[in-house]
Design a protein around this ligand. Sequence first.
Ligand code: BG6
Length: 494
Amino acid sequence: MDQTAVPDQCDFTVFGGTGDLALRKLLPALYLRDHEGQLPRDTRIIGVSRAELDDAGYRDAVRAALTTHLPAGDLDDGSVERLLARLHHVALDVEHPDDWHQLHSLLKDRPAPELTSRVFYLAVAPALFGSISRHLDEIGVVDERSRVVLEKPIGKDLASALAVNDAVGQVFDESQIFRIDHYLGKESVQNLLVTRFANTFLEPLWNSRWVDHVQITVAESLGVGERGGYYDHAGAMRDMVQNHLLQLLCLVAMEPPTHVGRETVRDEKLKVLQALKPMTAEDVASETVRGRYDRGRVDGEEVASYAEDLGHDDSATETFVALRAEVQNWRWAGVPFYLRTGKRMARRTSEIVVVFKAPPHAMFPHSEGVTEPNRLHIQVQPDEGMRLHLTAKEPGPGGIRLRPVSLDLNYATAFAQRLPDAYERLLMDVIKGNPTLFMRRDEVEAAWTWVEPILTAWATSPGRPDPYRAGGTGPDAATALLERDGRSWQAHDR
Ligand code: BG6
């Protein structure tokens, strides 16, 4: 991956500085990188929110968040104090022009502000991205060293994504815009690239001749919790498929780039998105399944339905999606990519399973036991690792008994070190100015182009999402989607 320089001075401003993402993910990630001595020596972290907090109040909130969201063993008193000393808070209502003066004064109030790299992390609703960018420009704090980070989803459909990208693009050059998809920062996801391209044994098999199909599952055991207000306007398609699942699909399906560089990987991912077979309304009816969780039991606990979590039952929002996609190119023609994601599933697991074709000829006609197709099972989380499922001979005299076995790579045992959280990697990439693992404008727009007809067909169809029991594997129709093709889900249901 591109290595770029860590600047000497950095002002890292987080809009939504008291929000869930900032306190749960961003500040713990910045703390851990600071603890490792990787933040620029002269870094300030500025939380911006509507809360009437002074710097001391913000430091208290962040101290509490670090204690809640990091294991006690990761907290070092000296490092905590150093991070807290970097913090400032600015109370600001985006729509009140006067409030911006305080941010301006703070950003200019340092030695050599013109030599400072400024990062503006917009952990707020995408509808605000354009106006925040414009205000930053108006108060004169955007220069060629500045970077802006946009949290997903970028818009809610293609038109709104174009509008957001245009508005932010009026102020920031594309090279300064970092659209974050935190799945790309996960160690196991980056390892997918390395496994494919730093080895030779997979590449000859990685095509429609040898691969039967691919399955990508991102299952969560949590429900929507407190996020119902946002989630009910998004649903699983906008929240997970349009970004995380399609990005995983891209990394599985993309061609080898000439090298892993800032544009080369994104160029190849874009080609995959552009090769996705567009869905007609008939395809949407036959190739997609949407579901919504009912009451059930997860981890032995009774849990509420989506309608109960939301507080009303007027919603047709899906909390589960399964679909069959196709990549229309030479390598993948005819190979189904089955994608599935849902909330309130039996357990939290993200997996990619590449299922190979059966041997062309049965060599052991009198053998006992079952043969299963070879599978490469990439466990994205938790228990990150990889398993290659093979068929072996069970030891013993007499006939041949076949038995499925697996070659296992478990990250925790193979590398005795803590796996950094995705945000640790990605925030450092922003500070260093390395966009390789961020979504480019054309990728986001290509993803919306493919997803939008599905959303439109759902919105205009009289059907509603199929109910599924919380703590299960999703609606029956998701199982039927594969059974119809003579296949079955390989992942966490087993
Ligand atoms: C976020 C979604 O992008 O990803 C959430 O908005 C989801 O709804 C989360 O829970 C899942 O991330 P992870 O890293 O826990 O798999």
